[in-house]
Design a binder for this molecule. Structure first.
Ligand code: F6P
Length: 376
């Protein structure tokens, strides 16, 4: 049994990070008699003048509903470099320094809360002899081997509420409204919020869209008596034959940031349809603030299970939700591929069944009826 475990949060924040920290401390202290040390600012807190603090049950009181992370977080920092060719592992010295510091701090094992980037680094620590269990965090829900990452369902609630609010103003002004949501190269937030929020068009990276097809949907709605339309676009959505749109080109520490698809569609669709069009970029509102009840529950279960997994001797593992059960899977499997929306999956089918368009080049073939509420 480990005497002391460390915990850190890496990558973009997500609602529920503090709820996991709370569950880890309560389970480690109360159930297994382990001490917990919080490492600040992701793995960066293990370099140079290390930044750590002991976490006791009184330190985590009141944390369950709190957004952000009390430990701070960093996007990869010095452990992985972004190069033009992709990701490159930083020099071995950076890892060696961190491992030495873990030993000096008497931290026997790590619980790492993160997405694909952070968990890739975590697996390297395990390879260097530090037992690691990961907890899948990201509002994007794009980690493989788990049906849900914590933070996703809260982000979904926020995007859905935004769509609800856009509906009333769109309808009042007979406008087209475009909501741009996050998700990197996965369309989970757009797809699920588009269904939950009653969007007319959903644009996701997995299904390259045709601007004409989107314009046709807007026109078809007009013919059917609906003078407004709601579009939800994933930031990674891409027009067929074009490249994704980025807001910056990134640097060594950050991958290039996606963004700008809503503004682009707005200009194009206004020209094609003649309809007044507005766009909203929901941005970090999707990540900030309180986790909803589901994410508090999921985060708590993940946190408790991560401690139990470490205590049972699991290594280089990630807790995961599969068919309603929380289990562990190898981190290497979880980070091998990004989990994207299957273009022929059930949610896409459901959306099409109720008349939502994905603006696909061949969209009409997915809609049997040719009535005005259908695509063309
Ligand atoms: O991965 C989570 C996420 O919120 C993505 O959806 C988004 O593309 C990115 O992080 C934004 O990153 P940053 O916090 O660097 O703006």
């Amino acid at each position: 049994m480990f005497k002391t475990i460390g915990i850190l949060t890496g990558g973009g924040d997500a609602p529920g990070l503090n709820a996991v920290i709370r569950a880890v401390v309560k389970t480690a202290n109360g159930q297994f008699g382990m001490n917990v040390i919080g490492i600040e600012d992701g793995f960066e807190g293990l370099l140079g003048e290390t930044r750590t603090r002991p976490l006791t049950q009184s330190d985590v009181r009141g944390l369950l509903p709190r957004g952000g992370t009390i430990l701070g977080t960093r996007n990869r920092g010095r452990f992985v470099e972004h190069t033009k060719e992709g990701l490159a592992t930083t020099s071995k010295e950076v890892y060696d320094e961190a491992v030495r510091n873990l030993s000096r701090l008497s931290i026997d094992a790590l619980i790492v809360l993160g997405g694909e980037g952070t968990l890739t680094i975590a697996a390297e620590f395990d390879r260097l002899g530090v037992p690691v269990v990961g907890v899948p965090k990201t509002i994007d829900n794009d980690l493989a081997c788990t049906e849900l990452t914590f933070g996703f369902v809260t982000a979904l609630d926020i995007a859905t509420e935004a769509l609800d609010r856009l509906h009333t103003t769109a309808e009042s002004h007979d406008r087209v409204m475009i909501l741009e949501v996050m998700g990197r190269n996965a369309g989970w937030i757009a797809l699920h919020s588009g269904i939950a929020g009653g969007a007319d068009v959903i644009l996701i990276p997995e299904l390259p869209f045709s601007m004409d097809s989107v314009a046709n949907k807007i026109r078809a709605r007009e013919i059917g008596g609906s003078n407004f339309s709601i579009i939800v676009a994933a930031e990674g959505a891409v027009e067929a034959g074009h490249d994704q749109i980025f807001q910056d080109s990134g640097d060594k520490q950050h991958a290039p940031r996606l963004g700008g698809i809503a503004v682009y569609c707005r200009t194009q669709l206004e020209a094609l349809t003649g309809k007044e069009t507005r766009c909203v970029v929901l941005g970090h509102l999707q990540r900030g603030g309180r986790p909803n009840a589901f994410d508090r529950m999921l985060a708590t279960t993940y946190g408790a299970h991560a401690v139990r997994a470490l205590a049972e001797g699991k290594r280089a593992a990630m807790v995961a939700l599969q068919a309603g059960d929380v289990i562990t899977v190898p981190i290497s499997d979880a980070v091998a591929n990004v989990k994207t929306v299957p273009p022929d999956g059930q949610m896409v089918r459901t959306a099409r069944d109720i008349g939502i368009s994905f603006g696909a080049v061949d969209e009409t073939k997915y809609h049997v009826s040719s009535s005005s509420s259908a695509i063309n």
